[in-house]
Design a protein around this ligand. Structure first.
Ligand SMILES: C[S@@+](CC[C@H](N)C(=O)[O-])C[C@H]1O[C@@H](n2cnc3c(N)ncnc32)[C@H](O)[C@@H]1O
Length: 236
């Protein structure tokens, strides 16, 4: 892990502990919200998940994983921050079909059985893509799908970078000083390049903006897959 990822992990642990102490109420999710607004698409974009191995990467309080589980999907939810994981356990521990895992996502991917679908809502940008993407590719079965949302433009209007480098972003905390986190906020074409470089195919990339257009805040929604291996030459 890079130093900036360690500092970011620490910030998320403080974030989770702060909310746990305050008893912050996290409303139940009745759909997936990829961007910052409850507009389409939602989980329909993941297709039929029945009987598939599904991972929520950077699951936080696991409200989205719990939502899918309640719809009959078996979901593994991996979350690095012990305090965030503990919030998930306090709320959803024992929910049939939901496996809550406290681990760095990359460490988990390296030892997990391959997944059919890996999705991630606003968590991928906190992890060095050069560390994450090789592990993601290996952890997806051929033809398996990766869908994730990632910050594109922040609320002060700073847009994505064209180089693979983390920058500092603000994590607000109610009633306390904000925390600083490192994020890889990259252009759609750079995400596409990185995915391709690591053996994945980017099928579609959208930028989700505010429906009312009243904030520059936006996020990238990326749908990718691990391609099937090419058939051996000479076979018809
Ligand atoms: C913005 S929150 C999103 C949480 C959840 N996906 C949601 O939308 O409610 C990002 C989460 O990613 C987690 N995270 C950051 N780096 C991680 C890593 N290397 N492995 C696993 N989780 C990580 C953070 O601890 C945090 O809980």
């Amino acid at each position: 892990m890079l130093d900036i990822e360690v500092q970011t992990a620490d910030a998320w642990t403080r974030y989770g502990a702060h909310h746990a102490t305050r008893g912050t109420d996290v409303p139940e999710a009745d759909r997936l919200v990829w961007g910052y607004w409850p507009v389409s698409p939602d989980e329909e974009l993941l297709g039929d998940l029945t009987g598939l191995r599904v991972l929520d990467l950077g699951s936080g309080t696991s409200k989205y994983a719990a939502h899918l589980t309640r719809r009959g999907v078996q979901v593994d939810a991996v979350e690095a921050s012990p305090s965030q994981h503990q919030r998930a356990v306090a709320r959803y521990g024992g929910l049939p079909g939901l496996r809550l895992i406290c681990a760095d996502a990359v460490d988990h991917l390296k030892q997990a059985e391959p997944y059919d679908v890996i999705y991630s809502i606003h968590a991928v940008p906190y992890i060095d893509p050069q560390r994450l993407l090789p592990a993601l590719t290996q952890a997806l079965r051929p033809d398996g799908r990766l869908v994730f949302s990632a910050l594109h433009t922040n609320s002060t209007g700073t847009g994505p970078a064209t180089v693979v480098a983390a920058r500092s972003e603000v994590l607000t905390l109610p009633g306390a000083e904000p925390l600083s986190v490192g994020m890889w906020v990259l252009t759609p074409s750079l995400w596409k390049h990185l995915l391709t470089e690591h053996g994945l195919v980017a099928d579609r990339i959208d930028v989700l903006t505010a429906p009312e257009g009243d904030t520059p805040l936006s996020c990238t929604l990326i749908q990718a897959r691990r391609p099937l291996p090419l058939p051996p030459e000479g076979r018809s």
